[in-house]
Design a protein. Structure first.
Length: 240
């Protein structure tokens, strides 16, 4: 196919990556479909309990049903969707126990990620790891989004901030474990409010990580995750 027919994002008019085969193109489309559905769940365009129809999503995303089917299966595995008794899927409804269980697992992992990230910075000094710059960028983007009163963009930046800490930790096993929680955390972050003091907590976490202070980074993260839990329960279940 002539180079002029490729899109600006490197895709062909049929949606396949330029220079790639059908399998690679399907994987790319499946990833795009998964990200699109995940985002619609997070911003509540697909509300909790809503039944998702493969054909309708494929039409909405302007792609075939095969990558959409693969995306829905992946989101079932992530815990964002659940299978219906006879056929199809629906958006999983988060119960209080689901939120409690998620925070019970996330808390120690988040604390350890910050500790390891600070350790890696300390060991790399005077060099600055690339992921530390990404962490700073996510922090700045969250502040900009908050100033512009763009809630969805702020949530995306906060989510990226936590993911960047895991990347900075340099522990691939921790990264794979956290990836399993990623979808549910994104959903939760998108559903709760985001008070200003939690942005200040992120800034403090960054300061300690950038300073290579393991224990202060861990302690500030513990405070943040526990505060996040309280905010989530108050937002979702009217906890006092």
């Amino acid at each position: 196919m002539a180079g002029s027919s490729a899109g600006r994002d490197g895709t062909r008019p049929d949606g396949l990556p330029e220079g790639g085969g059908a399998a690679a193109g399907r994987t790319s489309l499946s990833t795009r479909a998964r990200d699109a559905v995940r985002q619609r769940i997070a911003d509540r365009r697909y509300p909790q309990g809503a039944r998702l129809v493969e054909r309708e999503i494929a039409e909405e995303l302007r792609m075939s049903r095969v990558p959409v089917r693969e995306a829905l299966r992946a989101l079932v595995a992530e815990g964002l969707l659940e299978l219906l008794p006879h056929s199809g899927v629906r958006v999983r409804r988060l119960e209080r126990a689901d939120v409690e269980h998620l925070y019970e697992v996330w808390e120690p992992l988040a604390v350890q990620a910050s500790r390891l990230a600070a350790r890696r910075v300390a060991c790399a000094a005077p060099e600055q790891p690339a992921h530390l710059r990404a962490l700073r960028t996510s922090l700045d983007r969250a502040e900009e989004a908050a100033s512009d009163d763009e809630g969805a963009r702020e949530v995306a930046a906060h989510t990226a901030f936590h993911e960047d800490i895991v990347a900075l930790s340099g522990n691939p096993l921790l990264a794979r474990t956290m990836e399993q929680l990623g979808g549910q955390l994104r959903l939760l972050f998108g559903m709760r409010e985001e008070p200003a003091h939690m942005r200040a907590q992120h800034a403090l976490m960054f300061r300690y990580i950038a300073a290579g202070d393991e224990e202060s980074a861990a302690a500030s993260t513990l405070l943040h995750v526990r505060d996040s839990r309280a905010v989530a329960l108050r937002s979702l279940f009217d906890d006092v």
